[in-house]
Design a protein around this ligand. Structure first.
Ligand code: NAD
Length: 488
């Protein structure tokens, strides 16, 4: 596969997040930033991304791309297919940077991270307005999939489609904002919430912590998975949305909110907010808070994937992750030796207080390896729907070395017995070529109707025989048949 090149101009909070996402999705990335501290800052964001992003997926990501960080904008953007402008939010600066990008990379698509400017404002005076769009992401860019893609009438359809393809390819959800407007969709919405929160602090109604509690223990959890309208549809009971509006519509004319009034950001208000925020979260450094946030986001997004193999499982951001997993695909099995059945990064929600993989997750990884092996011998969802499957009767796991968050684990599976109703598997889990754990499992084919052992269907039996013929003369793996307490 040919390497794809992206450039990011401005390697701050947002630019570094973009760089990390492109890199981990296999693109080579050049970051242009004038700050001599930029390489360190980008490196720190990339380290957080490496811990958290690959494990969101249940398959391996492509090999990481190559990163360069430079003060030389011309060198960074030369040859880039996509340039993400992420300099501070000043229109004059953005105009200057975009002009420079187009001088050195006239063919590139330019996405601007701007939170507020319209694409037509960014395009003013540009050499080629047709290739400049707003691509507004959310922090942390390497985990949150939303990117508001805002074109203007100057952008032809093929440019918009090309931009969507690039953003989808790096695991994002390009929300096409069809009509340009200041601050796009999400930030308009967030600003109204922010305005109300500032009033609540200023009027002494609630502290920063109480406001955050009001969000995170309640409606924030609803928003994360269903948003606003779907949540209210459900809240309307059996009659849905119409009933909800009839019930709560009248409150809109009551003076519940300050609407568009903005409190003056006086020194007194700023001091109060900063002091309350210190009291609430000052025990953590910003880097610690970032890691806590990332672990929480990974847990939430992975749970939205749904754990069943049901093709209809998954919701919201979880559905998107499933689609990206399918895009990466699983490698074709090579039956001639132990078969690669799991190839993935250890997700943050699989690790414990020691930072290494929780005991129960070894079984999950080996369970996933067994599921993949079953799929390979034809015991897939279609076969299971006909009434047959394999159930595990016995398991022995050996823990030989540590496995940490973000480690790439590969499980290879050898068939130790595959005749009749029995399927005897031996899984070896490696990190960087070194065996860290093994799992030996005996499974029996069962009829899902009688829930008793039964011979497998013809196609599965035939495929199993093929694998057995290839594996039966392989040397027995180290540790096979070992009982608990026998040592290594
Ligand atoms: P930031 O201050 O963290 O980063 C800006 C970076 O640009 C800095 O590293 C700075 O050194 C660099 N820079 C400044 N002038 C430059 C130049 N001439 N050439 C190269 N680099 C230069 O800001 P940020 O929060 O990353 O915001 C960047 C953009 O992203 C803004 O348009 C902002 O509105 C948007 N945005 C921010 C957020 C957020 O939550 N912070 C979210 C979405 C979008």
């Amino acid at each position: 596969m040919t390497k794809r090149n992206a450039a990011v101009v401005g390697g701050g909070v947002i630019g570094a997040g973009w760089a990390a996402r492109f890199l981990l999705m296999g693109w080579d990335v050049a970051v242009a930033d004038l700050d001599p501290e930029a390489p360190r800052k980008v490196g720190e964001v990339l380290a957080n991304a490496r811990r958290s992003l690959p494990g969101l997926h249940d398959v391996a990501l492509p090999p990481e791309g190559r990163l360069t960080v430079t003060a030389d904008l011309a060198a960074a953007v030369a040859g880039a297919e996509w340039v993400q402008e992420s300099v501070p939010e000043t229109l004059a600066l953005k105009h200057r940077i975009i002009a420079e990008i187009q001088r050195h990379a006239p063919e590139a698509l330019i996405g601007s991270s701007t939170s507020g400017f319209k694409p037509s404002e960014l395009q003013e005076g540009a050499a080629d307005p047709s290739r400049i769009l707003v691509a507004h992401p959310f922090n942390p860019v390497y985990l949150l999939p939303l990117v508001e893609l805002v074109p203007s009438p100057a952008n032809p359809a093929h440019v918009v489609e090309g931009a969507k393809a690039v953003l989808t390819g790096i695991g994002m959800y390009p929300l096409h904002v069809r009509k340009e407007i200041d601050a796009h969709i999400a930030d308009r919405f967030l600003e109204s919430v922010w305005r109300e929160a500032l009033w609540l602090v200023k009027d002494g109604i609630a502290t920063t912590e109480e406001i955050d509690d009001a969000i995170r223990y309640g409606f924030g959890l609803r928003w994360a998975q269903m948003g606003l309208f779907e949540t209210y549809r459900v809240a309307g009971g059996e009659q849905g949305m119409r009933h909800f509006i009839a019930q709560f519509g009248p409150c809109l004319s009551w003076p519940w909110t300050h609407l568009t009034d903005v409190p003056d950001l006086t020194d007194e208000l700023i001091d109060a907010i900063a002091a309350q925020s210190d009291a609430q979260s000052g025990a953590y450094s910003i880097r610690e808070l970032e890691r806590i946030r990332d672990a929480n986001l990974v847990g939430i997004m992975r749970s939205l994937k749904g754990y069943s193999a049901d093709a209809k499982a998954g919701w919201g951001a979880g559905l998107l992750l499933r689609a990206q997993d399918a895009r990466f695909g699983k490698p074709e099995p090579d039956l001639s030796g132990p078969i690669l059945t799991v190839d993935r990064a250890v997700p943050l929600d699989w690790t414990d207080y020691n930072g290494h993989m929780n005991e129960a997750r070894y079984l999950q990884a080996f369970g996933d390896a067994t599921d993949r092996f079953m799929e390979i011998v034809g015991c897939d969802a279609d076969y299971i729907a006909t009434g047959g499957s394999y159930f595990t009767a016995e398991t022995h796991i050996r823990h030989l070395g540590e496995v940490s968050a973000g480690d790439r684990i590969e499980v290879r599976t050898q068939l130790l017995g595959g005749e009749g109703k029995k399927m005897h598997l031996f899984h070896e889990m490696r990190v960087g070529g070194e065996v860290r754990a093994t799992g030996e499992h005996l499974l029996l084919h069962v009829s899902l109707e009688t829930r008793r052992a039964s011979p497998p269907g013809e196609a599965v039996a035939k495929r199993m025989a093929e694998v057995w013929a290839a594996h039966k003369d392989l040397p027995p793996p180290d540790g096979a048949g070992r009982a608990v307490g026998q040592g290594r």
